[in-house]
Design a protein around this ligand. Structure first.
Ligand code: SF4
Length: 380
């Protein structure tokens, strides 16, 4: 028996594809079925694709082996659901599907979703029309848009080839930049694309111990960084997200190791932005995480309820984490790389970075400057 020792491509976890009846005739559906080479079956419209012996969320491990090709009957494109209480970066989310074949102990989707399978929306012509309408309606506004909010941007890309469609679409859009965010190393479809500098390829990073223990079926640190190096060679801008930062015995050395390897692996000038965000979660997630991953210790810390109703580390502990990691990054990063906090308070910005985003316009303005060259920027 072949031993699986790498999860560079987590789509290999899939066992079965279910196709909503009204999608069956779409050429895109057929392409995906051909590329996957997996057993597949048809599901009547609006019916559940598969049933399991146990209930959600206990069925998530099995559910993630099932891919459901379906129609998105709602909106594809929305502002990121930031909260007023914390400093947000005015991101937009392109919803291409739900759930992913990896399994992170801290994954917030476990608490958001009701179904265990992975959904992927095949009515992409509707998606692109909706995008056209939104981007064309505000030609003077800059949009940073990500597909990694409700799924991983590249985990299914070997089957879907969606990255190629999106990269080529965004290359033609003057007022938008796409961010593809992943924990995989599935980059093959990104080669030889005319991206025109309008796609940023991003990796979520953590310490090697957290990646190994808490992110099941994800690519290793070395695999993610090698993929990033190759993407930089292909001319893509890169981004990295240290999120969630986790407070555990030895975190200082763990994060130092990751940051050292990051800057040994990729040219620092290729990095557009790096975000930092300490572990935060809906209270419901703790119960699910402890139940599904009894060996994990990440929920056994002291937390307080934040202004957004999510549990967070105490401010003093967040500041200690951030100071250490921000210092390591700042010493190594290029001057033009924007290092920012995802959903943090003004007080934390001031304490750790010594300024607040308002002094530079806003987080959005700081990020926009890294990808839209001054002079070519549409009016913000
Ligand atoms: S890779 Fe992202 S979407 Fe997938 S399980 Fe982990 S946190 Fe959730």
């Amino acid at each position: 028996m072949k031993i699986m020792n790498s999860w560079k491509d987590p789509s290999r976890y899939l066992q079965h594809i279910h196709v909503e009846e009204s999608c069956l005739q779409l050429a895109y559906t057929q392409e995906i079925l051909d590329r996957a080479g997996l057993p597949w079956s048809v599901v009547a419209d609006r019916e559940e694709p598969v049933r399991f012996d146990c209930d959600y969320p206990q069925n998530l491990g099995a559910g993630k082996q099932h891919l459901f090709l379906s129609i998105n009957r709602g909106q594809f494109f929305k502002p990121c659901p930031g909260t007023r209480e914390y400093q947000c970066c005015s991101y937009h989310v392109l919803n291409t599907g739900m759930n992913c074949p990896m399994d992170c102990v801290y994954c917030i989707l476990q608490a958001y979703l009701n179904n265990p399978w992975i959904s992927f929306y095949v009515n992409i012509e509707a998606m692109l029309s909706e995008l056209d309408a939104a981007l064309d309606a505000e030609p003077d506004r800059l949009f940073r848009i990500g597909t990694g909010e409700f799924t991983d941007s590249l985990a299914l890309d070997r089957l879907t080839g969606l990255s190629k469609i999106l990269v080529e679409y965004f290359a033609r859009k003057k007022n938008a930049v796409l961010e593809l965010k992943t924990k995989s190393a599935v980059i093959e479809n990104l080669q030889n694309l005319e991206h025109n500098g309008h796609t940023v390829i991003a990796w979520s990073l953590n310490s090697p111990a957290i990646m190994g223990r808490e992110e099941l079926r994800s690519a290793t640190l070395a695999e993610r960084l090698e993929a990033a190096r190759v993407c930089a060679e292909w001319g893509y801008k890169l981004a990295f997200h240290f999120d969630p930062l986790i407070d555990y015995p030895g975190w200082q050395d763990g994060y130092r190791e990751t940051i050292d390897l990051l800057f040994q692996s990729v040219p620092k000038q290729s990095i557009a932005w790096i975000s930092l965000g300490a572990l935060r979660y809906l209270p419901k997630l703790k119960e699910i995480g402890i139940d599904r991953f009894p060996g994990s210790r990440i929920f056994f810390q002291e937390f307080i309820e934040g202004l957004d109703g999510k549990s967070r580390y105490y401010r003093k502990n967040r500041t200690i984490l951030y100071r250490h990691i921000y210092t390591l990054l700042k010493e190594r990063a290029a001057v033009g790389t924007c290092i920012y906090f995802c959903m943090e308070s003004r007080e934390i910005w001031q304490e750790v970075m010594g300024y607040i985003p308002d002094q530079f316009g806003s987080i959005a303005a700081m990020l926009d400057r890294t990808v839209f060259p001054v002079g070519k920027m549409p009016r913000p």
